[in-house]
Every structure is written in structure tokens, then in C-alpha cells.
Design a binder for this molecule. Structure first.
Ligand code: GLU
Length: 506
């Protein structure tokens, strides 16, 4: 019988969650959903020195915003809880003792100072020091000290750590779904600490114990954990537990493709590397607050490291679940492209429900001190949405509907307002006056016929016309604009413009 699919996202609450972490969560989630499995959120908070207030809530809010639904976790509960490692402390100590009893781990009393000195002695001879099979019998631990001495030190509360007893010379075969099989010799590894002097487990112990107790079937995590894989494989063996399958995800790279994507890259180039705004201490911007649609953000992240094997780029969450496969995750790092992120948002902008967009747009309009009917807002949005990637850009594309030009773009005037422009515009006013109904289609038809009949230049008329109505050479289809403004307002703007710009610059 094949095991039930159970995967976990196991972040440490040490600050805002990097988008690389969100991607790890997403891939775990897609994998779980695809295989009818369970997605678990486990908070790995055993390193109290790195704990940051607010980070756990941030993680949950970020997943929620992305539409990544947690099946078992701190908030959701579940049969394998608690889901916060700091609440599972007792279990870890017990498992460490189990390893000590079976001679797979031992107690070490070496102080930091002693270890530093030993390290220096090694370095002085041009060697590197590793706490392992080659050195452990010369150090202060339960393998070298007599039993009564070990008991005495423990009774006297001398601080100690528990270390894993890495075999001297074993070939450790590892398997990774993305990277294939590898072989590492245990002689190159050290005796990792499992329980720290403060009694807390290290990542390695807590992670393995929990993955086992929570019956995790697949460990899908960042590439930075690949070097720990041989140790983890050895630990499963030491416990006599069946190891889960492993998949290590490629790094997210800087836009240059060189090195890991960092907050500094985002600050320098002006894009967020976190899903949400981080409000504490050193603040950081987030995709949500920058105006990204969560669907666009998720879509972009999904394709950073995974490819569907087709040209298709737009995927809903359901489509991602349908098409995702861990085998199609690449080995090499995925270059982050901020322009592509915007491109995705632009695509999703076009797919939004017009009524929803209009609602957000109305908020911008009201903030500027204006008000219009929802239907009107929807109409304006539909005219300009294809020109923008963010809701926040909708105002600057439609401001001229609310505010007649106060001045005229200088460059445009220089280029497009000619000697004969005033005369042309006066004649245009007469043409416009006779148009009824004053719709976009009708106005376009009549004005264009007039231009052709008089053999005027299309550009000469249309540029000057736009300049007077909008104040610059921007905005959507001009005849759509004048339909919204209405005949009276259009004529007023042209008249005022002729007064302002006069006979032109020659
Ligand atoms: N707490 C680890 C991290 O934040 C989890 C790594 C893993 O998934 O095993 O990276």
C-alpha cells in the first residue's frame, strides 16, 4: 500500500517570509492537492535567539493571501499537533536519549573555548578541525570520559550538548526527486549537535523527529538544505525509521542571474522580495501593498523553477494543481525578473471582474475628491485597463475625465501646436456642434469624413484635438474620451485651449 501524501512547509519565524519561502510553500501545497494529500504548516521556532515577534502571524497571513490553504497547523489544529516546535520540546529530548542508548549519539562537555582552542591548533598546522570519528576520542565526551565522571558532570549541571555519532567511513546513498542519486562518504561529515546546551533541539533533530511523527511522506524544501541530506538519511537509519522522499528546490537568483535573490536587490532595483509589507523594525515592502493581485503573484512564483513543458504561462491555482509535477522542477537556479512580475500583473489586470476593478478604482476617485456612479467607473476602467498593470495606475490614466487641462504639456505643444492649429480647431468645433448623437462612433465617423473631405492631415487635427481635450498626448481612444465628456465639455475645452495656445509658435 502506498503511503498517504503528507507534506509540510516548515518555516522558522525569524522575520518576514522571503518569496523563495512562499514558493516552497506553494510547491508543497500544489503537490499535496495534486495527490489528494495533506498540507501541513509547522512552525520551527526552537532557535529562540532568532525568534521574531509577529513573524508567525506574517507567515500565516501571507499564505492566506496567496490562497494556499493549510490543512493542519497552529491555527487549524490536527491529529499530529502541536504544530509549533517550541511546544514539542519534551519529545525531542526523549528521542535524543534513545539515540544515546543505542550508541548512535553521545554527550559532549567541550566548552566553546576548548573547541576554539582545538580548532586553532589544527589551523596552525594547516588542518581543519571537525568534531567527528577522527577527533572525538580526544575530546571531552561520554565516549572518552569514565561513566562515573559523566554522571558527576551531569549532576553538577555542567552544560553539555548531545552529538550525533557519525560513522567513520560509510558511503551514504541519498536520493532526491529533482537531483537524482548521490553518494557522500560519512568521513567528510561532522558529529552534528542534536540537543544544544540550553536543552533545545537543533533543526536537525527537531525536523527529523517531527517529519517522522507527523508521517511526512515528501520533504520539499530549499536547496540550502541539500548538504544536510546525508546527515538526515543517517539519522533516519539510526532511529530505524523509514525516510521520506526528498526534493530540494532550486534557488531564486538575482535579476542578473548571479547569486541568491536578497532584500538588498529589491531595494536597489525597486521591487519587493516579500509577499506582504513587513511593518516591524527594518520595514520592507510587499507584493500585496505594491498592488499585485495574489493570483498574479502565485502564477509568477509557480513558474520560477517549475515549467509546464508547454508555452502556457497563465495558470489559475486549479490549473497549477492539475498540471504541477515535482519532476518538472529544474535543478538550476531560477532567475527572478521584476519586469516579468509586472507582466503577470498586467495579464491578471485584464482578467479581473470589471465590477471588482471599478470598486477599487472608485476608491481612488473618491480619494481625489470626486464621485461617479459605479456604472460610470466601470466604463472608464474598461477604456484604460489594457494600458495599466496596477489598479493604482488607473487614476493617472483617467484624471482628465475629472479635471480639464490646467496647462498643456510643453513638449507636445512645441511639436504639435502649429500655426494653423487654432484655425483647424475652430473649424472642428463647428463640425462637433452638428453631431448628434454625440457618441464615439458617430463623432469618429463625422470628424474623419470632414478631415478627408478637406484633405487635412489626420495627425495634424487629431494631435491638436487631443492636446486641447487631455492637455497632453496621452490617454485612450480620443473619440471614446469625448463621448464620456459630452459635447458641451468637449467644446469648452477646445475653446479654452485655443485661447491659451493662440496662434501657435510657427
Ligand atoms: N525551518 C527550516 C527553514 O526555515 C525548514 C527546512 C525544511 O523544510 O526542512 O528553512
Amino acid at each position: 500500500m502506498s503511503k498517504k501524501t503528507r507534506v509540510r512547509f516548515a518555516p522558522s519565524p525569524t522575520g518576514p517570509l522571503h518569496i523563495g519561502g512562499v514558493r516552497t510553500a506553494l510547491y508543497n501545497y500544489l503537490f499535496a492537492r495534486k495527490h489528494g494529500g495533506t498540507f501541513i504548516l509547522r512552525i520551527e521556532d526552537t532557535d529562540r535567539s532568532r525568534f521574531v515577534e509577529g513573524a508567525e502571524e506574517y507567515i500565516m497571513e501571507a499564505l492566506e493571501w496567496c490562497g494556499i490553504e493549510v490543512d493542519e497547523g497552529v491555527r487549524e489544529g490536527g491529529d499530529y499537533g502541536p504544530y509549533r516546535q517550541s511546544e514539542r520540546k519534551n519529545a525531542y529530548v526523549q528521542y535524543a536519549e534513545q539515540l544515546i542508548d543505542s550508541d548512535k549519539a553521545y554527550i559532549a562537555f567541550d566548552t566553546t573555548e576548548e573547541l576554539d582552542n582545538t580548532r586553532k591548533e589544527y589551523e596552525a598546522k594547516g588542518n581543519t578541525f571537525m568534531y567527528n570519528a577522527r577527533t572525538r576520542d580526544r575530546l571531552r565526551n561520554s565516549l572518552t570520559l569514565p561513566e562515573y565522571e559523566v554522571s558527576r558532570l551531569i549532576d553538577e549541571k555542567v552544560p553539555y550538548v548531545v552529538r550525533f555519532k557519525m560513522p567513520a567511513n560509510d558511503d551514504i546513498p541519498t536520493e532526491d526527486i529533482i537531483r537524482g542519486n548521490m553518494m557522500v562518504n560519512s568521513g567528510t561529515l561532522d558529529d552534528k549537535i542534536l540537543i544544544k546546551a540550553d536543552g533545545m533541539p537543533t533543526y536537525h533533530l527537531a525536523n527529523i523527529v517531527d517529519d517522522h511523527l507527523m508521517e511526512i511522506s515528501h520533504v520539499i524544501r530549499g536547496e540550502e538544505w541539500l548538504p544536510s541530506l546525508p546527515l538526515h538519511v543517517m539519522m533516519y537509519e539510526a532511529f530505524g525509521w523509514e525516510a521520506p522522499s526528498f526534493a530540494h528546490l532550486p534557488l531564486l537568483l538575482k535579476p542578473t542571474g548571479k547569486g541568491k535573490l536578497s532584500k538588498r536587490d529589491g531595494d536597489k532595483l525597486g521591487f519587493p522580495v516579500f509577499p506582504l509589507h513587513w511593518p516591524y523594525g527594518e520595514q520592507a515592502r510587499g507584493y500585496r501593498e505594491d498592488g499585485y493581485f495574489p493570483e498574479a503573484f502565485v502564477n509568477m512564483l509557480a513558474l520560477l523553477g517549475w515549467n509546464p513543458g508547454t508555452e502556457k504561462e497563465i495558470f489559475s491555482m486549479d490549473e497549477l494543481i492539475e498540471e504541477f509535477s515535482i519532476e518538472r522542477v529544474g535543478k538550476s537556479g531560477a532567475r527572478f525578473d521584476p519586469e516579468k512580475a509586472k507582466w503577470f500583473n498586467h495579464q491578471y489586470m485584464q482578467m479581473q471582474d470589471p465590477a471588482d476593478l471599478a470598486k477599487d478604482y472608485l476608491k481612488l476617485v473618491k480619494a481625489k475628491g470626486y464621485d461617479i456612479a459605479p456604472g460610470e467607473a466601470e466604463k472608464l476602467v474598461s477604456m484604460v485597463r489594457e494600458r495599466v498593470s496596477f489598479v493604482s495606475e488607473l487614476w493617472e490614466q483617467t484624471d482628465f475625465f475629472f479635471e480639464a487641462p490646467g496647462d498643456y504639456n510643453e513638449k507636445a505643444v512645441k511639436k504639435k501646436w502649429k500655426d494653423n492649429s487654432a484655425v483647424l480647431m475652430k473649424e472642428l468645433m463647428e463640425v462637433l456642434k452638428g453631431i448628434d448623437p454625440f457618441t464615439s462612433a458617430e463623432t469618429e465617423k463625422v470628424v474623419k469624413e470632414w478631415i478627408q473631405e478637406k484633405e487635412y492631415g489626420m495627425g495634424a487635427v487629431m494631435n491638436a484635438f487631443r492636446l486641447l481635450v487631455v492637455g497632453a498626448l496621452r490617454g485612450p481612444h480620443l473619440f471614446d474620451i469625448v463621448e464620456v465628456l459630452g459635447k458641451e465639455e468637449t467644446l469648452e475645452r477646445i475653446e479654452r485651449g485655443i485661447d491659451e495656445l493662440g496662434g501657435g509658435e510657427g
